[in-house]
Write a protein that binds this ligand. Structure first.
Ligand SMILES: O=P(O)(O)OC[C@H]1O[C@H](OP(=O)(O)OP(=O)(O)O)[C@H](O)[C@@H]1O
Ligand SMILES: Oc1ncnc2c1N=NC2
Ligand SMILES: [Mg+2]
Ligand SMILES: [Mg+2]
Length: 215
């Protein structure tokens, strides 16, 4: 598997070193990956992905909502800039699928497919699934199972984060931004019960936050 950036166990910057939205200030333990580093790493992933599909004329990017939206937007923008500046003849279409399995800090074990956009036009296409984080791997396993039913030409996955956890089913994406230690991460599209998606950095929620926004 290609290299990725390992965020070591015990990492984390003091939140006082960054601008933090007031509404979240008391509910974060630390900043794991600042927004700038997230974007820098994403831009390199865009080049890695395009270098791995030299003869593909059209790529379908399948964004897994809701968590994947910020990473997918940043990744596709970087891919389009590269395609344009290198004068590559290629088109990218973005499609969306909504999968949900988390409640508070745990996977429910069931992956709910919400509002399935018709995936029939994935048949015969080269697909890149884009996710924010892979933890147990249940969501990605479900996504792959769903998509393969439509006989695509190829399927690869890009995930911003991979959690180093013994709960993992062992699935590893073809393209990966960072591996992160145990701990519930939030920000850059990643939520805790729909909170923190708008938080610009990847941070670790604290116990007060887990209580404050529990459902
Ligand atoms: O590998 P897993 O253990 O399945 O966890 C990873 C998945 O869980 C989260 O989605 P969530 O269910 O929170 O829905 P959301 O994307 O709308 O936040 C996250 O965005 C990934 O899709
Ligand atoms: O750490 C996490 N933070 C938010 N959402 C998810 C996480 N792991 N799987 C889903
Ligand atoms: Mg998700
Ligand atoms: Mg979520």
């Amino acid at each position: 598997r290609k290299k990725c950036l390992v965020i070591p166990d015990g990492s984390g910057y003091d939140t006082s070193l960054f601008t933090i939205p007031v509404k979240y200030a008391d509910f974060l333990k630390s900043i794991l990956i600042p927004n700038g580093l997230v974007k820098d790493r994403t831009h390199k992933l865009a080049v890695d992905i395009l270098s791995s599909v030299p003869n593909t004329k059209s790529l379908v990017v399948l964004c897994v909502l809701k968590g994947g939206y910020k990473f997918c937007s940043e990744l596709v923008d970087a891919m389009e800039r590269y395609i344009c500046s290198c004068e590559i003849n290629m088109s990218i279409k973005v499609e969306f699928i909504r999968l949900k399995s988390y409640h508070n800090v745990s996977s429910t074990g069931e992956v709910e497919v919400i509002g399935l956009s018709n995936l029939s036009h994935l048949t015969g296409k080269d697909i890149l699934i884009v996710e924010d984080i892979i933890d147990t791997g249940k969501t990605m396993t479900k996504a792959l199972e769903l998509i393969k039913q439509y006989n695509p030409n190829s399927v690869q996955c890009a995930s911003l984060l991979l959690k180093r956890t013994d709960k993992s089913c062992g699935y590893v994406p073809e393209f990966l931004g960072f591996t992160v230690p145990e701990g519930f991460v939030v920000g850059f599209g990643i939520d805790y019960n729909e909170f923190f998606r708008d938080f610009p950095h990847i941070g670790v929620i604290n116990e007060e936050g887990i209580k404050q926004f529990a459902v």
